[in-house]
Write a new protein. Sequence first.
Length: 217
Amino acid sequence: MEKQYLLFDLDGTLTDPMAGITKSVQYALRHYGIEESNLEKLTCFIGPPLTDSFQKYFHFSQQQAREAVLVYREYFTERGIFENEELPGIRKMLKKLKAEGKTLIVATSKPEIFAKQIIRHFQFEEFISFVCGADMEETRVKKGDVIRYALKQASIREDEKSKCVMVGDREHDIIGAKENGLESIGVLFGYGSRQELEKAGADQIAENVQELEKMLL
């Protein structure tokens, strides 16, 4: 796979944000009188836009879901953002890809302001050329829209899309790539299943970071 521009999802692909995201969701649900002590049950919130998940899993109205995101951010901005762990082998892979002259881009549905803080926290900025995410108003939050924005930020022309690949752990990464005419690699070391990624139409699937590295080099 000879690709120059490598777009990466953030949550579940470069880092494991399980504690921070699930505790932030737990905090938001508590505001609405919903108690969920099992954080594992809230891992479904990792990856997709939060408003979609509050509507899908707790049947919030669109207005309630938007409000819930604001409550979520009360915890996330103070504590949850750094309740996060670097995935094993990721730093070594990013370093190799950068050394090979690849252009590394983050494309995440997480608000860009938070994504940039996380990239700085893990000291990934030396490898990553562009960090692109959602806006705080959530007018740009669907993965397809974020990818389109990332391509524009990196000045990637229409005729250069064949040199791009999107890497992510959830169906939204694969679907968003297809919407933009990009190839995609699904990864199994995050929060999506093989079935989910295959159904979405991933061009390739990597079992682990070492396998992903081989595909990208």
